[in-house]
Structures are given as structure tokens and as C-alpha cells.
Design a protein around this ligand. Structure first.
Ligand SMILES: NC(=O)c1ccc[n+]([C@@H]2O[C@H](COP(=O)([O-])OP(=O)(O)OC[C@H]3O[C@@H](n4cnc5c(N)ncnc54)[C@H](O)[C@@H]3O)[C@@H](O)[C@H]2O)c1
Length: 268
């Protein structure tokens, strides 16, 4: 497939760190896998990350070979806007924006500080609004553009882990829907992938390197998803294959949200 030939995509949060999956040459997070998938399908990919070295590592591994790394702090409004300007200047157009960056507030509600709450809000919601705002001008001028927001099932159902994560991931879907409805008739589409358990560098960092089978056991498919499977859903929503899809949340969770409770394995 070459759905992004001649197109430019910007992936906010396209680096990745943490433990490797067995057999991988580099740590694979969702953002990195998304950048690589868009590149494999022909896009010039601008990779934004707080950690410039990791963004550069992603760009060095882009299968399509065409990309640029840019340092961006999603918690800083000027930095969010400047990164979009770099993406535009880089190739003179901007066809798809993937807002992948997301952090999990670490402090439980009873003791959570204002700073911790604000950081989650700034990175998980405000940065996505600002990035979309900056990208809208050139997209509206071109009469086309696609946003894909990387959400979480935590934005729809509580896992009782982190309230600020759940609240900000829910708010992120509000940003996604508003853009979709407000600009639908001007050629802009806006959607979200809502991820469940993905065997990514993020999850291995937070929950341990060796628990993939255990984490997958609660999923009807009996396994975690992969960053590449998350990336495939993003590529679909960003592409013309989704030309009549906007304002939607595509849940990528191996069936978790379709089952209550998740059924135990059955023989036969
Ligand atoms: N892995 C899962 O199981 C899972 C589940 C649900 C949702 N998600 C969502 O996936 C997304 C992230 O996935 P990932 O695997 O790419 O995670 P990740 O932790 O690897 O993060 C991607 C990048 O974001 C960068 N980053 C962190 N803070 C930043 C900041 N302030 N400014 C700019 N960049 C910053 C990191 O440096 C990292 O390279 C999030 O939106 C998360 O909510 C993941």
C-alpha cells in the first residue's frame, strides 16, 4: 500500500524508550510504530519528541527514508506551535497529524498535586488542541487534512489507576469530536484510536518487561496488541480509505470493551 505517497505527516510523540521486545532491534512504542507505518506507505514524516535523540532514532529507522526530527515539549504552548511550523516548512504541506503524546499521572487522587494534574492536562489535552490549532490553518487552506488522536480505553472506562489520565483521555476525545464536526464541510477529518493493552515500550517500562502473557490473559484475544497493530489503525484513519469516517473513536483492544467480564478461556 502506498496511501501516503507525496504526503506529509507529523507525529507528536514519535520517539520511544524502555525495554525491547524480544527480537526487536530498537524499543518500539506506539508513536514510533505510527511514524514507521506512515513512512512505509510513502509519507514524509516529521517526528516530534521531547527527547530529540529518540526522535532522531525513529527518523533513522523510517523505512521510507524521508523524515525530519524536531524537538518539542508538549507541555510548552510555544514549542507545540513551533513544531507544527517546522513540519510545514519542512515539506511545504501537512496532510496528517497524529497526536500520540500522552503521559500517565502517577499520583493517586487523595494526594495528587496541582502540578501533577496540570502536567497531565497540558500534555494529554492542551498540546493536542494547540497542535491541531496550528495545523488547521494550512489544512484549511488546502481544503484537506486528517487528525488522528491516540486515546486510551481509560478515557472511556475507568481502570481506577490514574484519575488524571482517565479525565484527560476523555477530554482528548472531546477535542477530537469538536474538530471533526466543526470542520467536516471544509475537508478536515478528525478521529481517534482508543488503545487497550499494547505491548509497547511504555507498558514494559511501567508494568514490567516480562508480564506480556499475564497482561494478555485478561483480553478475549488472550494477548496484548502490538504497536504495529495500533499503527495500522492510525494509518487507516489518516488515509483516504477513511474518507467518510470522522468524529469516531476506533477501539483497538482485542475485544476487552466488548466483553463483560472478560470470559475465561474455553476449550474447543
Ligand atoms: N501502550 C499502551 O498499552 C497504551 C494503552 C492506551 C493508550 N496508549 C496511548 O499511547 C500513547 C503513547 O504511546 P507510546 O507507546 O508512544 O508511549 P511513550 O511513552 O513511548 O511516549 C512516546 C513519546 O512521547 C514523548 N514525550 C513524553 N513527554 C513529552 C512531552 N512533554 N513533549 C513531547 N514528547 C513527550 C516521550 O519522550 C516518548 O518518546 C499515549 O497517548 C497513551 O495514552 C498506550
Amino acid at each position: 500500500m502506498n496511501r501516503f505517497s507525496g504526503r506529509v505527516a507529523y507525529v507528536l510523540g514519535g520517539g520511544s524508550d524502555g525495554p525491547l521486545r524480544p527480537g526487536d532491534a530498537l524499543p518500539m512504542g506506539n508513536g514510533r510504530a505510527m511514524a514507521m507505518r506512515l513512512s512505509a506507505e510513502g509519507a514524509h514524516v516529521v517526528v516530534g519528541d521531547l527527547d530529540l535523540g529518540r526522535a532522531e532514532e525513529t527518523v533513522a529507522h523510517l523505512p521510507g527514508g524521508s523524515g525530519t526530527a524536531v524537538q518539542v515539549d508538549a507541555a510548552d504552548p510555544d514549542s507545540c506551535r513551533a513544531a507544527v511550523a517546522v513540519a510545514m516548512a519542512d515539506a511545504g504541506r501537512l496532510d496528517a497529524v497524529v497526536c500520540n503524546v500522552g503521559i500517565s499521572g502517577r499520583e493517586p487522587i487523595k494526594v495528587q498535586s496541582l502540578e501533577d494534574w496540570d502536567l497531565a492536562l497540558d500534555v494529554n489535552v492542551r498540546s493536542h488542541w494547540l497542535t491541531a490549532q496550528a495545523a488547521l490553518a494550512p489544512m484549511l487552506e488546502a481544503g484537506a487534512g486528517a487528525f488522528v488522536f491516540v486515546g486510551s480505553t481509560a478515557g472511556m472506562w475507568s481502570s481506577r489507576r490514574s484519575m488524571s489520565y482517565e479525565a484527560t483521555k476523555a477530554a482528548q476525545l472531546g477535542v477530537m469530536r469538536h474538530l471533526a464536526v466543526r470542520y467536516a464541510e471544509r475537508g478536515i477529518r478528525s478521529n481517534a484510536v482508543v488503545l487497550g493493552n499494547i505491548d509497547s515500550a511504555l507498558v514494559r517500562r511501567e508494568f514490567g518487561d516480562d508480564g506480556s502473557a499475564r497482561r494478555g490473559a485478561v483480553v478475549p484475544m488472550r494477548r496484548e496488541g502490538s504497536p504495529e497493530e495500533a499503527a495500522a489503525a492510525v494509518a487507516f484513519l489518516a488515509s483516504d480509505d477513511a474518507s467518510y469516517v470522522t468524529g469516531q473513536s476506533l477501539v483497538v483492544d482485542g475485544g476487552v470493551s466488548a466483553a463483560w467480564p472478560s470470559p475465561p478461556p474455553v476449550a474447543g
